[in-house]
Design a binder for this molecule. Structure first.
Ligand code: ATP
Ligand code: MG
Length: 370
């Protein structure tokens, strides 16, 4: 669709790297680079009946929607000047220049429409060997954009087996105290992507050691144990990391309300489970209770037997139904209507707070007290 005499278009970044490494995920976002100007991309897409949005037109990015997949098409560009946060760019037609302004050699791989690999910086070998290497001089690339420090750790965890390229690591270490000015959102987004990587605890430990993450030793140990138990959920890791301080993390990483709420539910379920109030945890937090169990076991370093026993208990527990229904209340003389729902909710809260101890009769008696 985008192909034509006046300019090439190629896939770039994660999709090329991951297909080369044999680890393509079905939900990988697709990035493309093109010689075409953004207006031409918009026109071509519209002519082909594809929805196109100028999502970052100043930076030359147009987003195409193909069924469920979105494809970001960015015109080749080069940096004109940068203040370490925002780059000024100009459009160009030089593929090597486009490659050189990317972050790591493994991220500067392209594939043309015929599937042919274009690898101007030798990134294919690094991808295959899991080497996360900065393009050019690491400290200079970090001075241009400090977020690359976080990306270095993220890719070293996801694509480098948590081995760190020595040059990259020392440049990150040197820069770690000078990253305060970074946008909280960009850092938060990298961090949340990082927290979803299956094996990441060693990396978080290194980040903490060089002063990038304020992690207590116990927190780090909990994160290691969580991984040993096979856990790999980002919100659970956030719950372990944030503990009772989730609000602060939400602010300092500008996290979405949804993700913070999920972590909070897991943290709350974890404290109930740790207090042996497993049934209550299941009732209140439903599907989050199992993650709460994993978090509690990781935080408190449970012996295996306790974990197994609690997991069995959790699996056996039905989600109890409130022993009182609207019909019961009407039979006792309450009127049908919205007030009935309010009363039922009040009874449910009482019942949960009693750890399901109140009987039907006791609940009905409570219903009549107003
Ligand atoms: P993932 O599979 O995690 O999405 P990705 O390589 O596609 O990996 P993205 O964050 O989607 O990573 O970025 C797409 C591409 O854009 C990267 O492969 C890289 O070439 C380039 N890129 C992204 N962020 C930066 C940055 N801060 N500095 C330089 N290049 C970057
Ligand atoms: Mg991507």
């Amino acid at each position: 669709m985008l192909d034509g005499a006046e300019g090439k278009t190629r896939a770039v970044g994660g999709i090329v790297r991951d297909s080369l490494m044999g680890r393509l995920r079905p939900d990988t976002d697709i990035d493309m680079a093109t010689e075409l100007l953004p207006v031409t991309v918009m026109q071509r897409a519209k002519a082909a009946g594809i929805a196109a949005y100028p999502t970052g037109i100043d930076h030359g990015t147009v987003t195409l929607k193909l069924n469920e997949t979105s494809v970001e098409v960015t015109t080749l560009r080069r940096d004109v000047e940068t203040d370490g946060r925002h780059a000024q760019v100009a459009f160009g037609t030089d593929w090597r220049e486009d490659a050189e302004r990317r972050d790591f050699t493994m991220n500067a791989l392209y594939a043309g429409p015929d599937g042919r690999l274009f690898d101007p910086l030798g990134g294919a070998g690094d991808a295959i060997n899991g080497r996360v290497r900065f393009i050019g001089e690491a400290s200079q690339r970090i001075a241009e954009d400090g977020l690359r420090v976080y990306r270095f750790f993220r890719f070293s965890a996801s694509h480098g087996g948590q081995r760190f390229d020595p040059d990259g690591l020392s440049a990150c270490r040197a820069a770690s105290t000078r990253l305060d000015h970074l946008s909280a959102e960009r850092v938060g987004s990298e961090m949340m992507r990082m927290l979803g990587i299956p094996k990441v605890a060693v990396t978080l430990g290194v980040m903490s050691e060089i002063g990038l993450l304020p992690l207590e030793r116990e927190t780090l140990e909990a994160l290691v144990r969580y991984e040993t138990l096979g856990g790999q959920s980002a919100p659970t890791r956030l719950a372990i990391l944030g503990g009772s301080d989730l609000d602060n993390w939400q602010v300092s990483w500008r996290l979405s309300k949804a993700i913070t709420e999920k972590a909070r539910r897991i943290a709350d379920a974890a404290s109930l489970v740790a207090d042996e109030k497993v049934a209550l945890g299941v009732y209140r937090f439903r599907e989050d209770a199992i993650e709460g169990l994993a978090a509690a076991a990781s935080q408190d370093g449970w012996p295996r037997e306790r974990l197994m026993e609690t997991a069995r208990e959790l699996g056996r527990l039905p989600n109890p139904d409130l022993p009182v229904s609207g019909k019961d209340l009407i039979a006792r003389g309450l009127k049908a209507g919205p007030d009935l729902g309010v009363t039922l909710a009040r009874l449910e809260a009482l019942w949960v707070d009693s750890a399901f101890d109140l009987t039907k009769e006791e609940l009905l008696a409570a219903a009549l007290e107003t």
